[in-house]
Design a protein around this ligand. Structure first.
Ligand code: HEM
Length: 481
């Protein structure tokens, strides 16, 4: 009932905004309940037609305002009053509970304070060895010299990285490797199924879906897996102080994992056992699929833009040479590679859409006042593809992110990691791990195009994906001599 009130209270006001034609009771469901690749295209069409703001009705029960323009993005994301997440995040509740991604108010603030040190540069520095280890395996495991769908390889690598960084667990060749990977993948599909069907946000409706039992089983497996790891790690626990380098670097028994810092926070009575589970699961969820798809799209773009790939390869050779293991400073020095990754995240932002609830009335750039309580859908994808902000927006051009060219850009025109106090806590981790993967891959292979931006079919999901994987052609550099 509360949800109904929240969603419908601003109906009259929302209707003053332009938007696609809606119908009695079903609202815009005709445009929304369509195959997800068609939905993707519909959103792009609406963005072009109604920039910078439009309203959408997912049935007349559930309406919201779609935001595209950078001025309105700034007004919303820079104000902590609009920090609460929209109802779509309810689909994550059973798995991620009140973890950082979903929590609100005081609880979010407290969790954010506890978790920020887990991404301290000193901790990130010691993750580089983990990134390098799995990146090396990633390049070694690809033995083919020819056409591959790169997604499963990248996916496996980023899952192994986050499992070791977050939980201190090496999944590679372990019993849990395929089962855990599959359970995470299945949960993604179940969540997406619910996301498209707003009536399933109502708690009891879940009993009536075909996914009820498989989801229950996958959830039980994931929760038990995390619980066992937390219990094991707790047995071996060593006190940690992030400010003390000795604690971070001289921990002989095992690499420090994010979990160790959470266990320390539990000893300091800052977080409960269940809280730790929620956060570890949140990192596992947020910290691998986002990176996998970002890396995949980046590889496709590099395959299609050989001159950019060659420039990155030259940079790797000049900073690292043929075989030096990269350290934190080396990765920081791969500036052109960073520009190429940034541009790839502009064209293909892993999280194309986020949602908030207006915490107070919002005075928008058009003069329209969004009333408090309205659901806001922030279409990061469309901001990134707006030709006024990025001329010729489909063209891949890393130079857009040179210091010079970034200088005069609107501060809210580039939002792959969102912005403001609720931005992505893992963005530095993401950038470092992607750089490490690219170093290993490009040292061994030249990438050539098979799939291109024109051939792939994007679709709406929590993370931006393609319908049929992404194929590229690999040529081993050592065989090219
Ligand atoms: C390319 C990789 C990544 C992208 C594009 C990305 C993007 C985002 C975006 C757009 C948000 C805002 C979500 C929202 O407002 O609903 C977010 C939040 C978040 N991300 Fe990431 N992310 C990435 C990697 C990671 C990694 C590696 C981790 C953890 C290891 C992580 C953990 C989180 C968490 C916990 C939040 C919630 C923060 C909060 O609400 O305070 N992300 N991310």
């Amino acid at each position: 009932i509360e949800l109904y009130q929240l969603l419908s209270s601003n109906a009259k006001c929302i209707n003053q905004l332009p938007g696609p034609k809606d119908y009695f009771i079903i609202g815009n469901l005709k445009d929304i309940l369509v195959p997800t690749d068609v939905l993707f295209k519909n959103f792009r069409r609406f963005a072009k037609e109604y920039f910078p703001l439009y309203r959408i009705w997912s049935s007349h029960l559930y309406g919201g305002i779609c935001v595209i323009g950078p001025d309105d993005m700034q007004t919303i994301l820079s104000n902590v009053k609009h920090n609460d997440k929209g109802p779509v995040y309810l689909v994550l509740q059973e798995w991620l509970g009140e973890g950082l991604l979903r929590s609100t108010g005081e609880k979010w603030l407290m969790r954010r304070k506890i978790l920020t040190p887990t991404f301290h540069f000193k901790i990130l520095k010691q993750f580089i060895a983990i990134f390098n280890k799995h990146s090396k395996h990633f390049a070694e495991d690809i033995n083919t010299d020819g056409e591959i769908n790169i997604i499963p390889h990248i996916h496996k690598c980023s899952l192994h990285m986050i499992a070791e960084a977050a939980m201190g667990t090496c999944l590679r060749d372990s019993e849990g490797e395929s089962r855990y990977g599959k359970a995470i993948h299945d949960m993604g599909s179940f969540i997406m199924y619910k996301l498209m069907r707003p009536w399933l946000y109502v708690y009891f409706m879940k009993f009536f879906t075909k996914n009820y039992l498989p989801e229950k089983r996958a959830l039980a497996y994931l929760k038990t897996f995390t619980k066992n790891i937390i219990d094991e790690r707790e047995k071996d626990k060593v006190p940690v102080n992030v400010e003390n380098d000795e604690d971070i670097y001289l921990n002989k028994k095992h690499h420090l994992a994010m979990l160790d810092l959470l266990l320390q926070a539990k000893d300091d009575q800052k977080i409960s056992y269940d809280g730790i589970r929620e956060e570890v699961d949140t990192f596992m969820f947020e910290g691998h699929d986002t990176i996998s798809m970002a890396m995949t799209f980046c590889c496709m773009l590099l395959a299609c833009n050989k001159h950019v790939q060659d420039q990155i390869y030259e940079e790797i050779m000049s900073v690292l040479g043929e075989s030096k293991e990269c350290d934190y400073e080396d990765l920081q020095n791969l500036n052109y590679m960073e520009m190429a990754i940034k541009e790839s995240l502009r064209i293909y932002p892993s999280v194309p859409l986020i949602s908030r609830i207006a915490g107070e009335d919002i005075n928008t750039s058009t003069g329209f006042i969004i009333p408090k309580g309205t659901v806001l859908l922030l279409h990061i994808y469309d901001t990134h593809h707006n030709p006024d902000l990025y001329p010729d927006p489909e063209r891949y051009d890393p130079e857009r992110f040179s210091v010079e060219n970034s200088k005069n850009r609107h501060p809210y025109a580039y939002l792959p990691f969102s912005a403001g106090s609720r931005n992505c806590i893992g963005q530095k981790y993401a950038m470092l791990s992607m750089k490490s993967m690219l170093v290993s891959l490009l040292r061994k292979f030249e990438l050539h195009p098979i799939d291109t931006p024109e051939t792939i079919k994007l679709f709406v999901d929590i993370v931006l994906r393609t319908k049929e994987g992404i194929k590229i052609k690999l040529k081993r550099r050592d065989k090219m001599m």
